[in-house]
Write a protein that binds this ligand. Structure first.
Ligand code: CBF
Length: 811
């Protein structure tokens, strides 16, 4: 990075002239943002080229992380922080009369992901570059990211997220690196000597054009690559004259159907819809990514047998599981390897992470659809299945039931998780309890058959984005206390724990939290018109809206609190602001009802003078990475209340903790490890354990009606959904009501209500002991180091990818 202020100013002004033909006075804010980005882009480019050069010269093993989603967040500020130039550039711009904050607002927040899975991929990218792991991302350059959410008359309304409309400053189109991807058609086979040769005819060809985004490390010279593929027509310029009318229309139809492939991100989280276009997207980016990896590999090496020594391909959930047959195809059909050699290379190269046990997220494709869209893939999957079933038969002769439950093709469906398990050398879960559930329940047969493949890698988050960048004042206090070593070695945060009872540090931490709360309160006022008190407890529940995440449990607690306050306005509770944010999948009816309920409830409570401002409810629209950066630093309480066993890990829980919020949560996902790290006294744990949940599911015995009839609070609150208490159409929330009673409350909301309410009372008591609370808060921050994605990435590198960090020397 340019460290000299004057040099920076000269180049910035020059960029304005060369890019827009304008001086500072005439240039728009967007021009200035683009000119600043260009300064950084140019600096990064040098290190980028050098990184690639050194990677290929040293032949170091490179990791390719295949993911349908990368929820990146804004890049400009991160580059400034990682490059250590933020303050220098801020001053330089100020001297030119420009406010850096205003420029940062110009940047689109690329929402190329739904939630945890996509955000995890982005954290991994940042950590790999920071730690020096040669690791790259491979995904899709969606023209439209996750929809923009607006709340209109209490309803979620979805608007397209046209994030590319002003261009994206950080991408580099690499047209010369484009590859062809083939769909449909027929496969002909013929024997040539010993070899079977497969030719593909009458297919639809699509051009995959890569757009590369540089991923720079922290204060090092490493710049890795995120390669996002764009679908384009193969014949970009066609000779119009040679087309008669029919051909012209066909050609245009082809063009627009090709464009569709990388047009939209499917907006479901933890849910599988089974659309043909989705399968097309999966094959599109996986085939393009693998082709480009092999092309690069072949520039240096002649034998494909060394591939697993030089390349690791990681698949982020089953969405890229088609990588297994596609790598087989490339090795056999293109590189002329035998099945056995190709299988050995494929399984040694590929590894797979499972991110959910939710049955509705399991990807299975109807055989007919799969076969007609991807005929060669189907042939290979069929052969994989035959071979797997044969070895299962050898191990379990006659056990048809077990073999059927493990077959890659069964019941006329292709099972992608099974394909991913058999085709990779490592299968990991994302938190210890999740991995245990995979091993003992969901994938127990596979675990028995391949015990060595299974391992745990607890998720992590990049503490540089979520603390250093998002909460600079808290980061400053920490650095003053323990030095800056924690930025590159997050376990060092533990040393901050020494200050948990230090009155001066406590006071500083309290002040920073209060400031962050004031900033959030201002934002809330601007966005919703509601005034909230920064002295109230900020109780924050932000994540996708899902029944299993139980926003409804939180809502019921609020309704009960409200009922009690109405009865007794002088009830001695600490004033609380309950803040929600999150998107519901457009077709997820109950999730949309949940948003509506929160919004309606907010309109009732926020204007009720009787309760003397002791309770406020806020629903913030359009939750995104940027909004998260405002919310996590301002939170006192972190709501992590999913039904035990359902949340694979969660990563919001880690972001809250890192920013000093205290968790109220169930023993689910990574909450279990957060609990282990901070101890009983620094977290509020409640509710059913996952074993109890499994017992209910397996043996019955849960009766929601019984809980309803025996707890007057629950009865009241439930009836209030449908008795006209809420200022909305009376019958509106009947489906929600029914899901909890008539459908026997699948996620045990009523069952956990009492335990949750008690935990909230405890929390309120503890908050009243001001010093105790800050002590807890500091303790949480100090224990957050193990939840850095630097740790996670090092574990993946050591145990799965077998890669080591590389130091990139200056060009
Ligand atoms: O592992 C990352 C995250 O992935 C999910 O968001 C997913 O989409 N499967 C899970 O729901 C989270 O628990 C998990 O943290």
């Amino acid at each position: 990075m340019l460290m000299d202020k004057d040099e920076f100013k000269a180049i910035f002004v020059n960029n304005l002239q060369t890019m827009f033909g304008k001086g500072i006075e005439e240039a728009s804010i967007n021009n200035k943002y683009m000119a600043l980005s260009r300064v950084i882009r140019d600096c990064i480019s040098k290190n980028w080229m050098e990184t690639n050069k050194q990677y290929s010269e040293t032949g170091v093993k490179q990791v390719y992380y295949f993911s349908m989603e990368f929820l990146l967040g804004k890049a400009l500020d991160m580059h400034l922080v990682n490059g250590g130039v933020k303050e220098i550039y801020r001053e330089a711009l100020e001297e030119l009369g420009i406010d850096l904050n205003e420029l940062e607002k110009q940047e689109a927040d690329p929402g190329l992901g739904n939630g945890g899975l996509g955000r995890l991929a982005a954290c991994f990218m940042e950590s790999m570059a920071a730690v020096g792991i040669p690791g790259h991302g491979c995904g899709i350059r969606y023209t439209y990211g996750l929809f923009e959410q607006k709340i209109v008359d209490h309803n979620q309304v979805e608007l397209p997220d046209n994030w590319l409309q002003d261009g994206y400053a950080w991408e580099f189109r690499k047209a010369d690196k484009a590859v062809e991807v083939k769909f449909g058609g027929t496969i002909n086979s013929s024997q040539q000597g010993e070899r079977w040769v497969f030719t593909h005819e009458n297919y639809e060809a699509v051009l995959a054009v890569p757009y590369d985004v540089p991923l720079a490390g922290y204060h090092n010279n490493t710049v890795n690559t995120l390669r996002l593929w764009n679908a384009e027509s193969l014949h970009d310029t066609f000779d119009l004259a040679s087309f008669n009318r029919g051909e012209y229309l066909e050609a245009m139809e082809y063009r627009s159907s090709v464009g569709l492939i990388s047009k939209i991100l499917y907006p479901q989280d933890n849910f599988y819809e089974g659309r043909l276009l989705r399968l097309k997207q999966q094959y599109f980016f996986v085939s393009a990514g693998l082709q480009s990896i092999i092309r690069r590999y072949k520039k240096r090496y002649s034998s494909m047998k060394q591939l697993p020594k030089r390349v690791a391909v990681h698949i982020n959930d089953t969405h890229p599981a088609i990588a297994v047959p596609e790598l087989m195809r490339l090795l056999m059909d293109q590189e002329e390897l035998s099945w056995d050699d190709a299988w050995k290379i494929t399984t040694e190269t590929i590894s797979y992470t499972n991110h959910t046990i939710m049955p509705e997220a399991l990807e299975t494709w109807p055989v007919e659809m799969f076969k007609s869209l991807l005929p060669r893939m189907y042939m290979i999957v069929h052969e994989i299945n035959e071979r797997v079933c044969r070895s299962l038969w050898d191990a379990y002769p006659g056990d048809w039931e077990r073999i059927r439950s493990m077959a890659v093709i069964a019941d006329n469906m292709v099972h992608m998780a099974r394909l991913a398990v058999v085709g990779s050398h490592s299968v990991n879960g994302v938190a210890q309890i999740h991995t245990d559930i995979l091993k003992e329940h969901i994938m127990s047969n596979f675990h028995k058959f391949y015990p060595k493949k299974f391992n745990n890698k607890t998720n992590g988050i990049t503490h540089r984005r979520w603390l250093l960048k998002a909460n600079p004042e808290l980061a400053g206090i920490i650095t003053d206390c323990i030095g800056s070593g924690w930025i590159t070695d997050p376990q060092k945060l533990e040393e901050f724990g020494r200050f948990d009872t230090d009155k001066i540090i406590q006071e500083k931490v309290r002040k920073v939290k209060h400031n962050n709360k004031k900033i959030l309160a201002k934002y809330i006022k601007e966005k919703t018109g509601v005034t909230i008190d920064a002295r109230s407890i900020f109780d924050v529940h932000i994540k996708r809206i899902h029944s299993y995440k139980r926003q409804i449990l939180n809502v019921f607690h609020i309704m009960d609190l409200y009922n009690r306050l109405k009865e007794n306005p002088s009830l001695a509770i600490t004033p609380r602001t309950f803040i929600f944010a999150g998107k519901a999948a457009p077709g997820y009816y109950i999730a949309k009802q949940t948003i509506k309920l929160i919004s309606v409830l907010a309109s009732l409570i926020n204007k009720d003078k009787d309760i003397k401002g002791k309770l406020k409810v806020i629903f913030l629209e359009n939750y995104s990475v940027s909004l998260g950066e405002l919310l996590f630093p301002a939170a006192d309480v972190s709501e992590q209340i999913s039904t035990a066993s359902k949340e694979a890990s969660g990563t919001g829980n880690m972001k809250f903790m890192l920013n000093g919020a205290v968790t109220i949560g169930t023993l689910d996902g990574a909450n279990v490890e957060i609990h282990d790290a901070v101890g009983d006294d620094n977290i509020f744990i409640f509710g059913l354990t996952s074993q109890q949940v499994f017992d209910y599911y397996n043996h019955g015995g849960y009766d929601a009606w019984q809980v309803y009839s025996s707890d007057i609070r629950i009865k009241t609150v439930l009836e209030q959904l449908v008795n006209g208490f809420l200022p909305y159409q009376r019958e509106e929330f009947r489906p929600l009501y029914n899901s909890l009673l008539a459908d026997n409350d699948e996620f045990f909301v009523l069952r956990d209500f009492d335990a949750y309410a008690k935990a909230q009372v405890e929390l309120d008591k503890r908050y009243k002991q001001k010093n105790k609370w800050i002590e807890m808060s500091i303790h949480n921050i100090a224990q957050a180091g193990i939840f850095s994605s630097d740790r996670t990435i090092c574990e993946y590198s050591r145990d799965i990818w077998h890669t080591k960090p590389v130091v990139i020397t200056k060009p």
